[in-house]
Design a protein around this ligand. Structure first.
Ligand code: OGA
Ligand code: NI
Length: 357
């Protein structure tokens, strides 16, 4: 990489190189480094009788369709769940289907071809893994492709797949739509919180957007591995799309793991650490993890949206009330650095910012 290429906001940390899990899965080998104690990998208890809230974007947008009620439901989901599914989001089906197809095709390529865009030493973008910082660490059973999407001048095209040939255009179209949906949601969150929409939207005018495409191969000892360790997302708002029909995302609710089974066509949205800070804890960034299927591969694409790199993260004054600010003030850049330079550890990064309960 030559020195004139812009530094992307993700180049604040890197991950130690580890083997392709897709290849390991093919070989049938499960090295010790991936195995977790039973209790950690799979403390059962999915609460199936509690429905993940579904928020209807069409209702939010339409004044005649009881917008107020839907805003309240959105607020409830962000405060009590930190997660919801978004239905009637308005993204054309073909934009989503094309993205899914191209992601599947990319992971079907031989390793040699995928490695043409592998992560370089000291960088996080590209094909590889994330959050590996020591040789002793238990590893996640999954491969990733990480790309920075916005600001567009930070795109590092050497990591964008050219096979399938439509991948770049389809990723561009998909993430643009996701950005629009996120902006829409910020507007209605502002309404629920009783703050000026412009106060939130201004922070996101030059927003950072990145994607992590997750490939989780099947594993014969599925209950002894995890695809993605428990974590909360370090950014502001995440939009997750399952690229095939295999479930595996679990979120922590009342100290139990709850399996997310989205309605076909819905997007899964979650509050990240930055919004928890900006709302002084009113909206919750919830711990979640990805579990592995013993028979089938699972693929997802997470789009992370964050305010511009120099934004100072602090609660909106109107949301502080009598209890004062609950978190330390920090820039987006410093928080991203902190988040990326440790292994995933539940809500550890956010807790390190906490001033009081
Ligand atoms: C993530 C994430 C869950 C999944 O990428 O941050 O939580 O189901 N993914 O892939
Ligand atoms: Ni996540």
């Amino acid at each position: 990489m030559n020195n004139t290429e812009p530094i992307s906001p993700l180049d604040l940390s890197h991950s130690l190189p580890v083997p392709s899990v897709q290849e390991l899965a093919r070989s049938g080998e499960i090295p010790k480094r991936y195995l977790r104690p039973e209790a950690e990998a799979n403390p059962v208890a999915s609460v199936d009788d509690d429905e993940l809230p579904a928020i209807d974007l069409e209702k939010l947008l339409s004044p005649e369709l009881n917008n107020e009620e839907e805003v309240n439901r959105l607020g409830f989901a962000c405060r009590e769940w930190g997660f919801f599914q978004l239905i009637n989001h308005g993204i054309p089906e073909e934009v989503i289907e094309r993205m899914k197809d191209d992601i599947k095709k990319f992971f079907e390529l031989p390793l040699r071809e995928k490695e043409e865009i592998k992560q370089l030493p000291g960088h996080i973008e590209g094909y590889g893994q994330m959050f590996v910082h020591s040789e002793e660490q238990i590893l996640d059973w999954g491969d990733v492709l990480v790309l920075i999407i916005q600001p567009s001048q930070n795109r590092n095209m050497r990591f964008w797949p050219t096979n399938p040939s439509t991948f770049r255009a389809n990723l561009d179209a998909y993430t643009k739509k996701i950005g629009e949906v996120a902006d829409c949601l910020y507007r209605f969150m502002a309404k629920d919180l009783g703050i000026d929409a412009e106060d939130i939207l201004n922070l996101f005018s030059d927003q950072i957007q990145s994607v992590r495409i997750n490939y989780y191969p099947p594993c014969k000892q599925a209950d002894k591995v995890l695809g993605l360790s428990p974590h909360s997302d370090g950014t502001a708002l995440t939009v997750l799309l399952q690229a095939n029909d295999v479930h595996g995302l679990q979120i922590k609710k009342n100290d139990k793991w709850f399996l997310i089974k989205p309605t076909p066509g819905a997007l899964i949205i979650n509050i990240g650490d930055m919004i928890e800070v900006m709302t002084n804890g009113k909206y919750k960034s919830i711990e979640h993890r990805a579990t592995i299927n013993s028979e089938d591969e699972r693929i997802s694409i997470a789009t992370f949206n964050a305010p511009s790199i120099d934004t100072i993260l602090r609660p909106f004054p109107k949301l502080v009330n009598g209890d004062g600010e609950l978190y330390k003030t920090i820039s987006v850049k410093e928080y991203a650095k902190r988040y990326l330079s440790a292994k995933l550890n539940g809500k550890g990064a956010l807790e390190s910012m906490r001033l009081r309960k």
